[in-house]
Ligand binder design. Structure first.
Ligand code: MSP
Length: 567
């Protein structure tokens, strides 16, 4: 008997997995998040009380674009997921305002660097607010608290003997604010027919530099960095060998520039003739927001989200600085790829930058969030095509999600405007065994989605939820709820209630699960279903909603989503 039950459960799970197109796998955090294949019991996740996530801080030399927004939306979805799990969140973002690149941009705009950076920083903040980025700290590197932190951190490195006076001779890219070696650069012919040297990685021009400055003993950390990278801290794992490659030729790092060349920055403590290298200054923002030097409860970060262009700074320089200062290292660096526009890199000079504020006017911030997380995959570049984006939104969000809700809540179908119970006999007689199995296995969907959220594979989480919603749409169609709604026969009434219960419950669970991705749409959906605010956590998604009488739906606040017009 025991064996039979086990086999049945195993069988049910396989069918649902087929629907979800997933297989059990260990979560990259090292904890199993899905059901055990053999006994189907759920294995508990780590139950930390707090969670901290950071985004890079954004250069203010130009206005924000969709690439910047993507980094933030990804971090926001993770923060929202952990908040729903009841954790205290530290989520920092902000702007990187020092350095030659910003100094030059301010000069070009004929504004003082202080005014220029304040204006552009505000633009970033406004965009993040429009897109519902739930940051808990917005840091600007021009703030006094950051100035103090950077100087303290520098003094710590110096006191520990990791900074020495030296000189640097080599290439420098102002656009990347990066020092490059001979192997990192190549000669190209520019549009004017001139031969120039550029960075192989970014394609940005480089200039030869020879100057006295302070050096950081980066080469001393090669072995420890190797070991750290071997732990799989960089995710997805495909980025690890890229980072390891940078350790093949250990060299020290220049960490200051003469103030005569770079004045817009933080002076080296005790030597105002030198300005601290902008990347050291910028990376320390992660400690400023934690209240360095007292870091209890706030550091290390659980995850630091970055784009692949800044991997070297976060996978090599940053951990080396932290090791030198005797601090803990981040638990995870999550690296994502880039957005291209019609297969070409987005750049201000090419004039092909997508402005999130323009997109928002066209098809709302929420659905753009959805698109970014659904279409953006961390391991390969995404190509933004406006028509495709709109089609996605129409087919997934409007047709699948919105239509299911409008069908199940339409007054012609759901006449009493209730969240109906299902009569058990009708359930057995009217719903096929396969559909019952799918419905009863919705907990596997929740486990699957949680696993993906923890691994930050948002697109997989969304696809799993959509599979379930497509199934529920099919159910509603197969059972011809319009015909059932026209009948007053008791059997038909019970049949309709039963189908509506299954569809509404799928919507309820999906709405709860989608909160990290589309918080506003999910909120409106859950309001319409009449789900109380305190019953919207992932744990509540697992519990049956109706134990006793049928409950009323919430107020009808109009169409949840409108189809986008594709020109
Ligand atoms: N200021 C540095 C980061 C310092 S963090 C201590 C910087 N700023 S940035 O504005 O150039 O980039 C910020 C983030 O935006 C990076 O993660 C970068 O990868 C991301 N993106 C910029 N363009 C992008 C795309 N086209 N696509 C996706 N993300 C991209 O680097």
């Amino acid at each position: 008997m025991m064996i039979l039950i086990r086999l049945e459960k195993h069988e049910l799970m396989s069918r649902t997995k087929y629907l979800l197109n997933v297989i059990s796998r260990p979560c990259i955090t090292g904890v199993w998040t899905q059901r055990c294949r053999k006994c189907s019991s759920r294995i508990q996740n780590r139950q930390d009380q707090s969670f901290s996530v950071t985004t890079p801080i954004f250069y203010v030399n130009a206005a924000p674009h969709m690439g910047h927004l993507y980094t933030c939306v990804l971090a926001d979805a993770v923060a929202r997921y952990h908040r729903l799990k009841g954790k205290q969140i530290l989520f920092s973002t902000g702007t990187d305002e020092h350095g030659l690149k910003i100094q030059q941009a301010a000069d070009q705009s004929k504004e003082s660097p202080a005014l220029f950076t304040t204006n552009v920083s505000r633009t970033f903040k406004e965009m993040f607010d429009c897109y519902n980025i739930s940051y808990t700290d917005y840091i600007r590197t021009t703030e006094q608290r950051h100035f103090t932190t950077v100087q303290k951190f520098w003094t710590e490195l110096e006191t520990r003997g990791y900074i020495y006076k030296g000189s640097y001779e080599g290439w420098y890219s102002v656009s990347d604010e990066a020092f490059l070696t001979e192997v990192d650069v190549t000669e190209v012919v520019n549009k004017k027919g001139e031969k120039i040297m550029v960075s192989k990685e970014s394609g940005n021009p480089v200039t030869w530099m020879k100057e006295d400055n302070y050096m950081f003993k980066l080469s001393e950390f090669s072995d420890r960095l190797h070991k750290w990278l071997d732990t799989g801290v960089i995710q997805p794992a495909m980025f690890t060998p890229i980072a390891q490659h940078w350790l093949s030729n250990p060299q020290d790092l220049s960490v200051s520039r003469p103030s005569s060349r770079l004045s817009w920055g933080i002076p080296v403590p005790g030597d105002s003739s030198q300005t601290i290298y902008v990347w050291l200054d910028a990376l320390v923002n992660y400690l400023t927001v934690c209240g360095y030097p007292s870091l209890e409860q706030t550091w290390p970060a659980d995850v630091q989200v970055i784009g692949k262009d800044i991997l070297k700074f976060h996978a090599i320089y940053w951990p080396a600085f932290l090791m030198a200062a005797g601090l803990e290292l981040p638990k995870k660096i999550f690296c994502h790829s880039h957005w291209l526009i019609n297969c070409v890199k987005m750049s201000k000079s090419l004039g092909n930058v997508v402005d999130p504020m323009v997109v928002k006017e066209k098809y709302s911030a929420e659905v753009f969030r959805y698109y970014l997380l659904r279409e953006g995959v961390p391991h390969s570049d995404g190509n933004y095509l406006e028509e495709k984006a709109m089609e996605y939104v129409n087919s997934d969000v409007v047709n699948t999600f919105g239509n299911l809700l409008s069908r199940c809540t339409a007054s012609a179908i759901n006449r009493d405007q209730i969240y109906p119970r299902k009569d058990q006999d009708t359930y057995i007689s009217s719903i096929t065994a396969a559909d019952r199995e799918t419905f009863e296995n919705i907990e596997i969907l929740i486990d699957t989605v949680e696993g993906y959220y923890q691994d930050m594979m948002m697109y997989k989480a969304i696809e799993s939820i959509m599979s379930y919603l497509r199934w529920a749409n099919g159910l509603v169609e197969n059972h011809k709820i319009w015909d059932l709604a026209k009948s007053d026969q008791e059997a038909d009434v019970l049949h309709l209630k039963c189908v509506l219960h299954l569809a509404l419950d799928t919507l309820r669970v999906s709405g709860i699960l989608l909160q990290p991705v589309i918080p506003n749409i999910s909120e409106r959906l859950l309001n319409r279903l009449g789900i109380p605010k305190d019953r919207r956590t992932f744990e509540c998604a697992r519990k049956p909603y109706l134990n006793s009488p049928e409950l009323p739906l919430g107020p009808n606040e109009g169409v949840l989503l409108k189809r986008l017009k594709i020109n």
